[in-house]
Design a protein around this ligand. Structure first.
Ligand SMILES: [Zn+2]
Length: 342
């Protein structure tokens, strides 16, 4: 078992990798607890949940709305939950985002924790305290920064994850190594087969390593004024692409990472052989690296995106594998590059 403590001013958040869902009860510390999960996980794992009230949402992004938040809060009120209660989200990114937001706002805030069930949630969504819901098709427009008390990563749960979901989580793992971990990149490049087989020891080390990178960045810049923006590597282009094509998040991010690598080479920051190495790694994990749709659609979605600041968009570029830099790119330059590749 690996433990990572995320230290933020006077607060702490504990990530426990290799812990088992069956031990969840002890983290409640005698408080009256409420669980939020989705229908799939409820069907699969309900028998192993601690004995407490459970609210079940529909799986998927469509549950990330203010209406669902309202329904959950109404339910908590009916159940008699108060400020001393404890809320636990058991699920992937959607359940973590929803639970964190409900807990941060219900009665002005109650303590909460997560059991992250997907690779994406373990290394990304559950860590760092960002939560929120969507509004009118815009992602995470309403939300807060509030840290969970704990994040349990039961890596055995990864075995029941569909193949494509696991691969999608790998996009975020790869992203973390690209930001600041050259050695980690070489490791996932070398042990591709063991990782894809979801070997238990490999999963404990992969998840804890990746969660540690994210935790370290969050400790430096919790509210995303500087360093934390590096976690958006591949996401500027990726989010726009996701919106236009409906591709899964991880695949969109992989294409976004490749786009960022192309731009980095074009700007003379990254060497061509490193770009090739990166594209090879993405493909080795079954992740795409080429744009499937007309770039002008993606470009239009991007320009409307909230990240636009004046006449330029902040992109996370790479000076090499494990070395990232935040660069403002002029919208006209971006347009030319995206459409003509120059
Ligand atoms: Zn992401």
């Amino acid at each position: 078992m690996e433990q990572i403590t995320v230290n933020l001013n006077n607060r702490q958040s504990l990530v426990v990798v290799g812990e088992c869902l069956d031990n969840l009860q002890k983290y409640f510390k005698g408080r009256s607890a409420y669980i939020i999960t989705d229908r799939n996980l409820d069907g699969y794992y309900r028998k192993r949940f601690p004995d407490c009230p459970v609210y079940v949402v529909e799986p998927g992004e469509k549950s990330k709305t203010l209406e669902v938040v309202g329904d959950i809060c109404r339910w908590l009120l009916e159940q008699g939950a108060d400020r001393g209660s404890f809320i636990t989200g058991i699920g992937g990114g959607v359940v973590c985002d929803l639970t964190g937001f409900v807990a941060a706002t219900y009665m002005r805030g109650v303590k909460f924790g997560f059991v992250a069930t997907s690779l994406l949630a373990m290394v990304d969504a559950a860590i760092g305290g960002k939560n929120g819901v969507n509004l009118d098709g815009y992602k995470n427009i309403i939300g807060t920064f509030t840290q969970p008390e704990f994040v349990i990563c039961d890596v055995d749960m990864l075995l029941s994850l569909p193949e494509n979901e696991f691969i999608n989580g790998m996009a975020e793992v790869i992203k973390h190594t690209l930001i600041k971990d050259n050695k980690g990149f070489a490791h996932i490049e070398q042990y591709n087969d063991r990782i894809l087989a979801r070997d238990r020891n490999e999963m404990v080390s992969l998840v804890s390593h990746s969660a540690r990178i994210k935790a370290g960045i969050v400790e430096m810049d919790e509210l995303e004024h500087g360093e934390r923006r590096k976690l958006n590597l591949g996401h500027t282009w990726g989010h726009a692409l996701e919106k236009v094509t409906g591709l899964p998040h991880g695949e969109s991010v992989a294409i976004g990472i490749a786009f960022s690598a192309n731009l980095s080479v074009k700007k003379g920051l990254m060497k061509e052989e490193e770009r090739k190495r990166l594209l090879g790694l993405l493909r080795g994990y079954g992740l795409p690296a080429e744009n499937p749709s007309v770039p002008s659609d993606v470009l239009n979605a991007l320009i409307k995106d909230k990240k636009r600041e004046g006449g330029s968009i902040h992109f996370i570029l790479m000076r090499g594998i494990g070395d990232t830099v935040i660069e403002p790119i002029d919208v006209n330059e971006l347009e030319k590059f995206a459409l003509d590749g120059v």
